[in-house]
Design a binder for this molecule. Structure first.
Ligand code: 6R9
Length: 659
């Protein structure tokens, strides 16, 4: 948080406008932005109705724009019907886009596969027919546990075509996380692969599915469709498991899209919150897709000849909105990458931009920061060694981008010609909310700048009152927007409590701290709840704590974040064991064991960077763990506050030793 606050106080540089982009931009110049913003502000329903009519193809037109009768369970275009897959694929068939490349897929080993919109449509129809023939229908839920692949896009689109709600689980999650999600979402179908290939290694996926489904509740899954990616050995459960290539055989490449209600849940995506249990964020069909498409135009200024590349995984919301739905609805050509930015070398991104003539590049600060390190230590991996002149827009998402990383990205990747779009949004918001527009907004390094048209964002105090410029507070959105979260799957009370607490006037509470400057620009300060952001991945501290205390050796655990130059935040775990305090090698051994345990319980991304053992944890008189204190200890900062109320102040010394 401190680096964010400093940047607000010291950052005075302003970049842009970018004439080259502005000349042809969808929204060109600040006057055009303000005009659109004001139109939406004056008459939000009229504005969104116009956008929904102009941008989506409806099977049954809506007559109501927004149903607010059961706040905060807003319903958008509630009597309209459409199909999301038809809006991404069929809409292009009678146009020149049909034979345009939809996806340029580059595999981990560099092999490139291209697929046109017409071919993609055929593949989606075939899989939809196969799924239908297995007895699945609108309203069923499918878990998708696939690597980055054209098959993942096909699987998600095939579900959308039939009105089957998908829940994609990131391939880096453990079988235990997969099991929890399968059960919570009530899945009856799983689509997976034998293995995934990343950084030259093969990582099993089917094995994790087998483990997950052998647990209680797993028997509800009737079929597991398996994409053969590597040919690695897999166990086979006759009757349940089916090869993707077998189920596709003989299927017609036409499958009528099923019209669904605008509010029909397109997908449920799990994300971390401030309790131990991940939340199933439920999204709609029409409102969500509308804003995916609009932000492709507004934020990315997508054009027919652009080569768009979002480096996110389809397991995260960024991959949903800016790989699977937004770019396809916009008829764009996009790059999709199976591997990791550092394999075979940390120049992989720059090589790929050059090879595929990428024009719009969208990645995460954590990737940028690790590539800075690599570039600065080896000239061969520096972006200046590559021809990146095809780029016209570069973007960032997932966590605050510090001004230094912003400047490096702007200078070395964008060559000072490309606007850097620092896009602030969340799994819950569905799409970009606060972001520069490339042909309009002057940029300040470290600020996500201004809200999109139709987005009424503000910074408020504890009682919901807007604070003055330069004062920190809670980031809120005052009015509903079409792509917003609809509920937490199976837990409407938690939805209300988490996002619409009564003291905030019915505003949507994002969970981030922020402040605005005198130009109205937003500066995000990081999470204000018990959610960490490690390499752009959201992790609940409670989630990691519950995983740790599930280990037989652990009596108690507290997890906090520590600022980290590469990953943004690093997980530091304070642990009380059920046995005497370990020292030296023994402590190292137990720390390794606990790290592996967390990796198995949640996934490798949750493994604590540091583990610190103590005989107990610092607590208040009422028994609350003093996390604020632990955060200071984790940063090796001096403790200036009064610690005399602690049961045992000496533990602070114990807890300073890390493993
Ligand atoms: C899209 C996505 C959401 C949280 C969010 C915030 C952080 C995302 C940011 C940013 C500062 C940005 N975040 N983008 N913070 N500037 N441009 O990342 O969704 O995984 O749900 O994370 O990430 O803290 O609340 P999700």
């Amino acid at each position: 948080m401190s680096s964010g606050i400093e940047s607000v106080l010291t950052e005075t540089r302003v970049f842009g406008p970018f004439e080259r982009v502005a000349a042809t931009a969808h929204i060109s110049g600040m006057d055009a932005y303000r005009a659109l913003y004001d139109e939406a502000d004056r008459d939000p329903e009229g504005f969104w109705a116009r956008q929904a009519r102009e941008n989506l193809i409806w099977d049954k037109p809506f007559t109501t724009v927004l149903d607010e009768s059961n706040k905060p369970f807003y319903r958008w275009f509630p009597d309209g019907e459409l199909n999301v897959s038809a809006n991404c694929l069929d809409r292009h068939l009678g146009t020149p886009v049909a034979d345009k490349t939809a996806i340029i897929f580059e595999a981990d080993d560099g092999e490139v596969t291209r697929i046109t919109y017409r071919e993609l449509h055929a593949r989606v129809c075939q899989l939809a027919n196969a799924i239908k023939s297995l007895g699945y229908q609108t309203g069923d839920r499918a878990i998708i546990y696939l690597p980055m692949s054209i098959e993942a896009v096909v699987a998600m689109q095939a579900c959308a075509r039939l009105g089957i709600t998908h829940s994609v689980v990131f391939g880096g999650f453990s079988s235990k996380s997969l099991h929890e999600r399968c059960v919570d979402v009530g899945a009856t179908l799983v689509i997976t692969a034998d293995e995934q290939r990343r950084g030259g290694r093969a990582i099993p996926l089917k094995r994790a599915v087998d483990e997950a489904l052998s647990q209680p509740g797993g028997e509800a899954v009737r079929h597991v469709i398996v994409y053969r990616r590597t040919g690695g050995a897999v166990d086979w459960n006759e009757g349940r498991d089916l090869w993707l290539h077998d189920v596709l055989e003989g299927q017609s490449n036409e499958c009528a899209p099923v019209p669904v209600n605008a509010e029909h849940p397109l997908f449920i995506l799990y994300t971390s919150g401030s309790t131990g249990k991940p939340k199933g964020v439920q999204h709609s069909s029409a409102g969500y897709l509308l804003m995916c498409l609009l932000t492709m135009k507004w934020t990315f200024d997508i054009k027919n000849d652009d080569i768009f590349w979002c480096t996110a995984d389809v397991g995260w919301v960024t991959g949903h909105s800016y790989i699977v739905y937004g770019p396809l609805a916009a008829g764009a050509t996009q790059i999709m990458f199976e591997g990791v930015p550092t394999y075979p070398t940390p120049a992989r991104f720059w090589e790929m931009i050059q090879r595929h003539q990428c024009t719009i590049f969208y990645t995460a600060p954590t990737a940028i920061r690790s590539l800075i390190k690599a570039a600065e230590s080896n000239e061969e991996h520096h972006p200046r060694k590559f021809d990146l002149t095809s780029l016209r827009i570069i973007g960032s998402v997932g966590e605050p981008i510090n001004p230094e990383a912003w400047m490096w990205y702007f200078t070395n990747v964008g060559r000072e010609r490309c606007p850097v779009l620092d896009t602030w949004w969340q799994t819950e918001t569905g799409v970009h909310m606060i972001t520069p527009l490339p042909g309009a907004t002057p940029l300040k390094p470290g600020s996500c700048t201004l809200p999109l048209p139709g987005i009424d964002a503000a910074v408020v105090d504890e009682s919901g009152r807007e604070v003055e410029p330069g004062r920190g507070g809670f980031l809120v959105v005052k009015r509903p927007w079409p792509a917003m979260i609809r509920t937490i799957w199976g837990d409407p009370e938690r939805f209300k409590k988490s996002y619409f607490p009564p003291e905030h006037n019915g505003y949507y509470l994002a969970g981030d701290g922020a402040q605005r400057d005198t130009d109205g620009y937003f500066w995000i300060m990081g999470r204000i709840d018990d959610v960490l952001n490690v390499s752009g991945h959201r992790l609940g501290t409670m989630e990691v704590e519950s995983a740790m205390v599930a280990h037989p050796l652990v009596a108690e655990a507290a997890v906090v974040g520590r600022p980290d130059a590469t990953t943004g935040e690093a997980v530091v775990a304070f642990v009380v064991l059920k046995r005497p305090l370990p020292q030296g090698d023994e402590a190292n051994e137990i720390a390794r064991e606990l790290r592996d345990w967390v990796g198995r319980e949640i996934g490798p991304i949750a493994k604590p960077r540091e583990i610190r053992f103590g005989e107990n944890l610092p607590k208040t008189r009422s028994g609350k763990i003093m996390r604020r204190l632990l955060r200071l200890v984790a940063q090796d900062q001096p403790i200036t506050q009064d610690v005399s109320t602690l049961e045992n102040p000496a533990i602070l010394t114990q807890l300073s030793q890390s493993y």
